[in-house]
Design a protein around this ligand. Structure first.
Ligand SMILES: Cc1cc2nc3c(=O)[nH]c(=O)nc-3n(C[C@H](O)[C@H](O)[C@H](O)COP(=O)(O)OP(=O)(O)OC[C@H]3O[C@@H](n4cnc5c(N)ncnc54)[C@H](O)[C@@H]3O)c2cc1C
Length: 123
């Protein structure tokens, strides 16, 4: 994405600027990659056409799917002790776990929990 057409394989001239932007797509279920790519392009072109921002879609520089994301269990499973059993795995076979499955999709919480976990292992 950029203000000017990029020459494939070429370098930028003095004063020429290329802008990169991050776009993400979310849905209740994994979406086909081709559809996501098309939608991102269509959104950027709509912004350009409306004149909201002087942007030109050239290509997707990097594309990565994060699906499946936010895997979760049912309320019934939680009530039935899912997290009690999950946390019960900590230390079994000298193995410890960390990540969103144990907390939530929040990096701060995950790092804080890892710090607590490391201290408990060292104690
Ligand atoms: C687009 C996007 C934006 C986000 N923005 C934010 C934000 O602004 N703030 C925030 O707090 N959170 C954000 N999150 C959420 C955050 O990134 C996650 O909650 C966090 O990374 C989860 O950590 P994790 O360790 O559980 O999993 P991950 O970070 O996904 O780590 C899992 C690792 O395991 C590796 N792996 C997977 N399978 C295997 C295998 N079979 N063998 C070996 N390795 C394997 C993967 O390559 C990966 O490195 C964002 C997530 C996404 C997708």
């Amino acid at each position: 994405m950029g203000r000017r057409k990029r020459r494939k394989g070429g370098t930028l001239k003095d004063g020429e600027r290329r802008q990169l932007a991050r776009a993400s797509r979310h849905g209740p279920a994994p979406l086909p990659e081709a559809l996501v790519r098309r939608n991102i392009r269509a959104d950027i072109e709509r912004v350009a056409k409306a004149g909201t921002y002087p942007v030109v879609f050239e290509d997707l520089e990097v594309f990565a799917s994060h699906a499946p994301f936010e895997l979760h269990v049912t309320p019934q499973a939680i009530a039935g002790g899912f997290y009690r059993r999950l946390n019960g795995l900590q230390g079994h076979n000298h193995t410890y776990y960390s990540g969103a499955a144990f907390h939530s999709h929040n990096s701060t919480r995950i790092w804080n929990a890892a710090e607590v976990l490391l201290k408990s292992i060292a104690a």
